[in-house]
Design a protein around this ligand. Structure first.
Ligand SMILES: [Fe+2]
Ligand SMILES: [Fe+2]
Length: 126
């Protein structure tokens, strides 16, 4: 089951809420993949992409305000992922979302929150 777990909590309520919502869109995407619903897959991926853009912008604004030294590298990871989502969105129009794609997105997000996002936590709370 795809869902946010407390182990991924940053302690910043806004960002945790956004991370939870992202996992919800990933769960929707998984159900589109399992049921082979192409149009719903396009929709869920499009929603996810928009939501990621909002989330990344919110996170980057907070890091900037905190003068977080890892901002540049963090933004580069976000940009790379957004480019990947753009590719997947185009692909989703022609074919069903695959289980591999869902797995890739869940793994990326989980790793990114656990490592890259967690690194800013001490800077945001101080
Ligand atoms: Fe994040
Ligand atoms: Fe991030």
């Amino acid at each position: 089951m795809i869902e946010w777990t407390p182990a991924l909590s940053t302690g910043v309520p806004l960002l945790d809420e956004q991370h939870k919502a992202i996992f919800q869109w990933l769960a929707e995407l998984e159900s589109a993949a399992v049921d082979e619903r192409t149009l719903f897959g396009v929709y869920a991926l499009t929603r996810l992409k928009h939501y990621m853009r909002e989330h990344f912008a919110a996170e980057e604004a907070l890091m900037k305000a905190a003068e977080y030294p890892g901002l540049g590298a963090h933004m580069a990871e976000h940009a790379k992922f957004r480019a990947k989502l753009g590719e997947l969105q185009i692909k989703s129009i022609g074919e069903d979302i695959s289980a591999d794609t869902v797995e890739f997105l869940v793994d990326w997000l989980t790793n990114h929150i656990a490592k890259t996002d967690m690194a800013y936590v001490p800077y945001l709370s101080s």
